[in-house]
Ligand binder design. Structure first.
Ligand code: BES
Ligand code: MN
Ligand code: MN
Length: 458
């Protein structure tokens, strides 16, 4: 029988083509227009999991998009790895900024271009193929449970319910997720933290209808002007968030912890050049990498109102809107921060407008220890593949379900991500390296092997 490595090497073209087929399905969870595509994607994921050798594979309906679950239990006495991923993707617009259509994947110079290639289809599918390689060659050393959801990009609300209702079914020893990035292809790293999130929408209402900006402008407050004032008041001159109590729960890192994290290589000038920015901005007293990982933020994600069509229209709009996200760190609580924001925003609203705050979704931050068996197994697996010990780093993005796995199932997560920050996830021209895809498929079976062996000799 072939070894795991031989199986992967022999089948790598098929592994790539299967991923490309998956990327052709526009499984955009945010837009109801794609509901049928999301459902079709779940069915395809189910079939692929079955073909990989998983058993009891099921498309589990939810109030929203379905969850695909399957497992392979070889021996209840052995450890169990719970794999989580998401088959839903972000909306692809603005379409005109893509060099090739987002749902017609192309492979150019060893890079796969398509929406979802890195986030997260390309990454979760590495697990499906790694399981195939282990099962087909008789090398699956422990039990595996796999849960791939369709609502990560919209807040995983129904998955939360599913986890609470299926605690027995999901019982495991560790959660394994590939949905984050590494420092560089020659600088492997493992994410040991994620930020939490509080996402909301605000509406500022002025006059009862749109007005002529010449007839009324100057005397009737313009809701867009007011919204801009309100938003700019949310940061102070040190770029700290000016909401009373916002930092109260923040767990400050010790100097030693900050020093440790600062060891990860980071070339700020190259980073700025790559982003096309001439200077950086952020909270006083912290470096750029700290500002994007261990510090909380407040950002406007979208702002609209008034006339945005061709040419000019002189109008004093009745309403203005913004979508706002706050990235949170341990031990801030998403709901508490949403309430703080909402109370503050209403309090600072001047009498000439009314403001409405509509909470969307959120999630808690999470940190993983680096002294666990699972972390050591993941580190060794990456070292086997890359020839270098991975560096522990903190990530700035959010995967809300990670904190929930800990709370509901008592499980820590290994963030075994193989993407790069430059993959353009959520942006036009999202891409994922074939190198990264294969590095993941090669590393995952090594994790299973090390984790099983290290668990046995504990
Ligand atoms: N995979 C990302 C999260 C991520 C990316 C973490 C890179 C670390 C590094 C995930 O799909 C995502 O985009 N999450 C959302 C949160 C969700 C509630 C919409 C996010 O971070 O905005
Ligand atoms: Mn993701
Ligand atoms: Mn995402």
């Amino acid at each position: 029988m072939a070894s795991v490595n031989e199986h992967i090497e022999t089948n790598k073209d098929r592994f790539l083509n299967e991923l490309l087929d998956l990327l052709r399905i526009p499984s955009v969870s945010a837009d109801p227009k794609y509901k049928a595509d999301v459902a079709r994607c779940a069915e395809v994921v189910k079939t692929r999991m079955e073909q990989a050798g998983l058993e009891k594979v099921e498309v589990c309906p939810t109030k929203g998009h379905p969850i695909v679950y399957g497992e392979k239990i070889i021996d209840p006495a052995k450890p169990t790895v719970l794999v989580y991923g998401h088959y839903d993707v972000q909306p692809a617009d603005p379409l005109e900024l893509w060099d090739s259509p987002p749902f017609e994947p192309v492979v150019k110079d060893g890079v796969i271009y398509a929406r979802g290639s890195a986030d997260d289809k390309g990454q979760f599918y590495m697990h499906v193929k790694a399981v195939e390689a282990m099962v087909r060659t008789g090398n699956l050393p422990c039990n595996v449970k796999m849960m791939i959801e369709g609502e990560e990009e919209v807040g995983s609300e129904n998955l939360g319910t599913f986890v609470k209702e299926n605690k027995k079914r999901l019982a495991a020893d560790v959660v394994l997720i590939s949905d984050t990035s590494m420092i560089a292809n020659d600088v492997p790293s493992i994410n040991t933290g994620l930020r939490g999130l509080s996402y909301l929408e605000v509406e500022v209402v002025g006059p009862n209808r749109d007005l002529h900006s010449g007839v009324y402008g100057g005397a009737v407050a313009n809701p867009i002007n007011v919204l801009c004032d309100l938003i700019s008041s949310l940061h102070d001159k040190d770029r700290r968030i000016a909401i009373p109590g916002f930092y109260d729960a923040v767990r400050e890192l010790s100097d030693a912890e900050r020093k440790e994290l600062a060891k990860a290589p980071f070339n700020e000038q190259e980073w700025m050049d790559e982003l096309g920015v001439k200077a950086v901005q952020g909270e006083k007293g912290y470096t750029s990498s700290e500002r994007c990982t261990i510090r909380p933020t407040l950002d406007v994600n979208g702002i609209w109102g008034g006339y945005i069509g061709e040419g000019a229209k002189t109008v004093l709009p009745s309403k203005a809107h913004a979508k706002i996200s706050m990235r949170l760190v341990p031990d801030q609580k998403s709901e508490a921060i949403t309430t703080l924001f909402s109370d503050h925003f209403k309090k600072i609203a001047p009498p000439y407008v009314t403001v409405l705050v509509k909470p969307h979704h959120g999630g808690e931050a999470a940190v993983t220890p680096t002294d666990s068996i699972a972390y050591r197994a993941a580190s060794q697996a990456m070292e086997d593949t890359f020839g270098k010990k991975p560096i522990p780093t903190r990530g700035g993005g959010s995967i809300p379900i990670v904190a929930l796995f800990e709370k509901e199932l008592g499980l820590k997560t290994i963030l075994f991500g193989f993407g790069l920050d430059s993959d353009n996830i959520h942006s036009p021209n999202e891409h994922y390296g074939v190198f990264n895809y294969m590095a993941g498929i090669n590393s995952i079976p090594k994790f299973y092997k090390h984790f099983t062996e290290m668990s046995a000799t504990r």
